[in-house]
Design a protein around this ligand. Structure first.
Ligand code: R5P
Length: 294
């Protein structure tokens, strides 16, 4: 497969893993903002007739997506055969229904937008809750890889006598699989959400897990409230401070400070560049790209 990979500079380490994993070459481009904030793009590599992939971060999508679309459209204009998107974190997956009258279903609109712009998509652990597959909203080939194995590998190497804990019902799909792959027990809590920053988590059956190291596993850490509440219950019940693993560390303003103040050790996969990144997803994404391009 002859493939040119363009990458956001913040994801260069992951891009290197992907290039090695699927034999891609690095695409060269310049991107900056004009003084008025609009995006300037210049592609320096010859992409005419080439299979092209763009590795991009989609957290804070309202500011990150337009530069991506400028790059994708430039690549197409310059004659790329196909342009695929490698988005380790897929944004706008959580507003997947009309919760209140008059609300938009942003998951569908975002999926429609990306489907119109790129030829294929590879991502990791998108928040599939009320839909079970990306194909329900994306009309392009869209492949969801899972970080279960990389997370389980990290737990096996770094945690003594772990018990994996899912902080809410939605996390069960990851927690149970991660625990199985790591060869350790699993507990899933229940969560009630009263507002963006107001959640309440149930008490687990802690007596079974004294002497274990709790490892909270969730797909997304945003405000950090879900992790903090779950951790607090575990610690109040006499368990040690848990390790918190998020596939995607979005970290809304103040989240990391609040989690640090609560005494939590936070580890994330590198889908969003951050100092908490400890679990590399590049090899997984390279496998996904090979699969979608074969
Ligand atoms: C819920 O739908 C997700 O799986 C996460 O539990 C949630 O996004 C975490 O959000 P926060 O960090 O704001 O509690």
């Amino acid at each position: 497969m002859s493939l040119i990979l363009f990458s956001l500079p913040a994801l260069e380490a992951m891009a290197g893993d992907i290039r090695r994993g699927c034999g891609a070459t690095a695409g060269e481009y310049e991107m900056r903002h004009f003084p008025d904030g609009e995006t300037y793009v210049r592609v320096l590599s010859d992409v005419a007739g080439a299979e092209v992939a763009v590795l991009w971060q989609l957290h804070q999508p309202d500011s990150n997506v337009l530069p991506l679309l400028m790059l994708v459209n430039t690549l197409k204009d310059l004659g790329a055969k196909r342009v695929g998107l490698v988005a380790p974190y897929l944004a706008y997956m959580r507003q997947d229904k009309r919760f209140h009258a008059g609300e938009g279903i942003s998951q569908r609109y975002f999926a429609r937008l990306l489907s119109q712009q790129v030829d294929w998509l590879v991502t990791v652990d998108p928040h599939l809750h009320r839909i079970s597959a990306l194909s329900e909203v994306y009309t392009i080939p869209a492949l969801a890889m899972t970080a279960v194995e990389p997370m389980a590998g990290w737990i096996r190497t770094h945690v003594t006598n772990p018990v994996v804990i899912g902080p809410d019902g939605e996390s069960e799909q990851w927690a149970a699989s991660v625990a199985k792959a790591a060869g350790c027990p699993c507990e899933v809590l229940t969560k009630e959400r009263f507002g963006d920053r107001d959640v309440k988590v149930s008490l687990p059956h802690v007596d079974n897990y004294r002497g274990h190291t709790p490892v909270l596993v969730d797909d997304i850490i945003s405000t950090g409230k879900t992790m903090i509440q779950a951790a607090q219950h575990l610690m109040d019940a006499g368990l040690s401070a848990p390790v918190c693993i998020g596939v995607h560390g979005i970290f809304a303003a103040g989240a990391q400070q609040e989690m640090a103040a609560a005494g939590l050790k936070v580890v994330t996969c590198d889908s969003i560049a951050d100092h908490t990144n400890a679990i590399a997803l590049g090899p997984l994404l390279a496998r996904g790209m090979k699969e979608i391009l074969q």
